[in-house]
Design a protein around this ligand. Structure first.
Ligand code: DWN
Ligand code: ZN
Length: 435
């Protein structure tokens, strides 16, 4: 049994105020092999708290990173075209804005299968990936991306510095939220970055998580949930500055990219975002106080929606064997009684079952083979990409449902210029909320 932490992961403060409990849930990416269906699955408390000292939102129970990201980690970044486009744009912008070349070094923390670093390597820019997940790292190395297969922290940074390495750019996308020991992680970035270097950190914005009731993005892999305010406080503890911020409403339900570095050069955008967070109350406990009630109302509405449609004789499947889908189904008690199967493009997930609820995972072709009446999009953050991809399913009369911001039947998504997805940019996707 993992005991609850009593000190904040970022500042060590002891005033952690819980505001949401999703019960004991299985590990979100630990899909189950059919042979193991009778074996007991590990379950851990999933409880979220707010730190009164530094405003960091965080879960209270640690699952060992080895268990989370090494033993049975199935997430590969290269199964989303939208994410690949986003990553390529990021790399192109950095190459130009930082004047990167053959004498530069770009280091990515949690480099997965090399999906991002390949954009630099193709331009002859030296890169180094660091990722503990062996299968993903093997794919990166096979594709010519040098990768250290280990967890990043201050010891790794000191070792690299001792080898004469300094990073001109450090990229940390969807990893700073996945780290229990933030002192070592951020201390390592401070150690490894060149004096005039740039660190870009990308994670979902806790403001949108609360605004759009994205409770399913809470799972044991995500130890922390960030705001500009909490990132600023965390960076300052390690001699770094939060200098700029970019907002991507259509990525993972609303993502911020924070630009940090050893030299202070704070932009107006940072001031605007921190002022907004202050004005909306993101920096205080009251902002989160009713989140638990809203989540329960969302869960009740989703169950009612599916039960009602099932009772009307409709068949229902799901799309996206996503980590967030595991939280959603387990927190809502939705299983094979309501869903016949889940489809996913990630071949590593085919033939497995969703953690806890054991809904089978099949290739996306199953949608046309079975033509279920309804498909609940568990990977709602990629709704537009998925709906566009499954146009034939829709043409044949299929209906997509989304669970957030409120359970609803998804009308034809309105494609905004940069692409839009449910959650962070719900206004771009016309939904008809079914109460
Ligand atoms: O932080 C994390 C986020 C960034 O990604 C990781 N800890 C784990 C992972 O969370 P997730 O599994 O909820 O992320 P995704 O990327 O929203 O999951 C998408 C799932 O949907 C993947 O299994 C791939 C699949 N997919 C698909 O089958 N067809 C995705 C797209 C875009 C598609 O077209
Ligand atoms: Zn704190």
């Amino acid at each position: 049994m993992t005991a609850a932490i009593t000190a904040c992961r970022a500042c060590g403060g002891e005033t952690l105020r819980p505001f949401l409990s999703l019960g004991k849930t299985p590990l979100a990416d630990a899909l189950v092999r059919p042979d193991d269906i009778d074996a007991a699955e590990q379950r851990f408390p999933l409880e979220v708290a707010f730190c009164e000292e530094c405003t960091l939102v965080q879960i209270l129970h640690d699952v060992p990173p080895q268990t989370l990201f090494v033993d049975n980690y199935l997430y590969f970044s290269s199964f989303s075209d939208h994410l690949l486009e986003h990553s390529r744009a990021h790399a192109t912008n950095l190459i130009t804005s930082r004047g990167l070349g053959e004498d530069s070094l770009v280091v990515e923390l949690a480099s997965n299968d090399g999906y991002l670093l390949k954009n630099f390597a193709e331009q002859g820019i030296p890169v180094l990936g660091i990722d503990p997940a062996p299968d993903q790292a093997a794919v990166a190395i096979e594709n010519g991306i040098p990768t250290l297969v280990e967890f990043f922290g201050v010891e790794v940074a000191q070792r690299l510095r001792a080898e004469g390495k300094q990073a001109d750019v450090i990229i940390a996308n969807n990893v700073m939220a996945h780290v229990p020991d933030l002192d070592s992680f951020v201390g390592g970035m401070a150690e490894l970055i060149a004096d005039d270097g740039l660190i870009t950190v990308e994670n979902p914005w806790v403001h949108d998580l609360v605004q759009h009731a994205e409770f399913d993005t809470i799972y044991h892999e995500h130890f922390s949930y960030y705001s500009c305010t909490s990132v600023h406080n965390l960076m300052r503890r390690h001699g770094l500055f939060l200098n700029d911020v970019e907002y991507f409403p259509d990525l993972h339900g609303g993502t911020l990219r924070w630009h940090c570095g050893p030299v202070e050069d704070v932009s107006d955008r940072v001031r605007e975002f921190t002022a907004l967070e202050e004005a909306e109350g993101v920096t205080g406990f009251a902002y989160y106080a009713d989140f638990g009630e809203r989540v329960q109302a969302n869960i009740d509405a989703l169950r009612a929606l599916l039960i009602e449609r099932r009772a009307a004789g409709r068949t229902i499947a799901a799309y996206g064997a996503a980590a967030k889908g595991s939280t959603l189904l387990n927190a809502s008690g939705i299983g094979t009684d309501l869903l016949d199967f889940v489809v996913d493009r990630n071949v590593h997930k085919h033939g497995l079952m969703m953690p806890g609820v054991h809904v089978p995972v099949r290739p996306t072709e199953a949608l046309l083979e079975e033509q279920p009446d309804d498909v609940l999009i568990l990977a709602w953050n990629f709704a537009d990409e998925i709906v566009a991809q499954q146009a034939e399913y829709v043409r044949r009369g299929g209906t997509f449902l989304v669970p957030v911001p409120t359970p609803a039947e998804l009308q034809q998504a309105v494609q905004s210029p940069g692409g839009s997805n449910v959650g962070g940019a719900a206004e771009d996707t016309q939904t008809e909320a079914l109460s």
